[in-house]
Design a binder for this molecule. Structure first.
Ligand SMILES: NC(=O)c1ccc[n+]([C@@H]2O[C@H](COP(=O)([O-])OP(=O)(O)OC[C@H]3O[C@@H](n4cnc5c(N)ncnc54)[C@H](O)[C@@H]3O)[C@@H](O)[C@H]2O)c1
Length: 259
């Protein structure tokens, strides 16, 4: 899909990858962009720099009525939504079942999985009626390859990848396109927070190489142009996936050796 002339909603737009994508979508000629975030001042700052085709909206990705309200607002302001980019995310707590609480799990499940389910529930009717539309979500390389330091992040990001695949298989024949962005280390506030939290995150960064949000934006535009399900800004991730597919036990042993 080309971005020119499209109406796009971007969540997590106050900073990092979301903000870079708002700017890139405007540069690619999007007709209208709604920059949504829990942090309204941050979303407004994104909109101010991006220009008059961008409006800011406060919403909580972890609450279905907020997601519905965001879609209603975008429809009322700009008409049918062509692309919904569900990108908001959080680091979440470090550790596994012994360190994390049910409240931690519930929060990450809502923000990393249900937010995408609720967005698709809200926008699919108008997209199916039009016979076209694009659902884009940001998962993570942790959703394909596991992040040993953080279980809830790893599991919920795996679920986001599975959701994207399911939607693509189920609605692809109706003209609905789906992509899932799976970066490794990107220079954003979230990464700073994760690095401060665990040594595991620093290992990921050292192994992966840091890229900028603008590099992710380039990969997203290319991936949408090709209408590819997996958008992998770090080429290394595709190689690791191939290793995992070819030698699953070897891949597990390799990760164990690094803990
Ligand atoms: N930075 C990385 O290394 C990296 C790697 C892989 C995947 N990701 C994913 O990329 C996405 C964007 O993260 P980023 O790196 O740009 O971090 P970021 O912290 O710069 O941006 C995340 C944005 O999401 C917003 N947000 C968080 N919870 C929200 C909620 N409940 N409702 C609405 N907005 C909310 C924050 O206010 C923030 O503006 C996330 O889904 C993250 O998991 C990031």
């Amino acid at each position: 899909m080309k971005i020119q002339g499209k109406h796009i909603v971007v969540t997590g737009a106050a900073g990092g990858i979301g903000r870079a994508l708002v700017h890139r979508f405007v540069a690619e000629g999007a007709r209208a962009v709604v920059a949504a975030d829990y942090d309204l001042a941050g979303a407004q700052a994104t909109a101010e720099v991006a220009g008059p085709t961008v409006t800011a909206r406060r919403f909580d990705a972890g609450v279905e009525s907020d997601v519905k309200d965001l879609v209603r607002h975008a429809n009322d302001t700009n008409g049918r939504i062509d692309v919904f980019f569900s990108n908001a995310g959080v680091t979440g707590p470090a550790g596994g079942p012994l360190e994390t609480t049910d409240e931690d799990w519930d929060s990450l499940w809502r923000i990393h999985v249900m937010a995408h389910v609720w967005a698709s529930r809200a926008v699919l009717p108008q997209m199916r009626e039009a016979g076209e539309g694009y659902l884009l979500n940001t998962a993570s390389a942790a959703g394909l390859l596991t992040q040993p330091s953080a279980l809830p992040y790893t599991v919920t990001k795996h679920a986001a990848v599975a959701l994207a695949e399911w939607l693509s298989i189920t609605y692809g024949n109706e003209g609905i396109r789906v992509s899932c962005v799976c970066p490794q280390a990107v220079r954003t506030q979230m990464l700073d927070a994760a690095m401060g939290q665990t040594e595991g995150a620093s290992t990921v960064v050292a192994a992966a190489g840091l890229i900028d949000p603008e590099d992710v934006a380039q990969s997203v535009v290319d991936g949408m142009d090709a209408e590819r399900l997996l958008i992998l800004p770090h080429p290394d991730v595709a190689q690791r996936m191939a290793f995992k597919g070819a030698d699953h036990e070897g891949w597990l042993a390799d990760l164990r050796a690094k803990i």
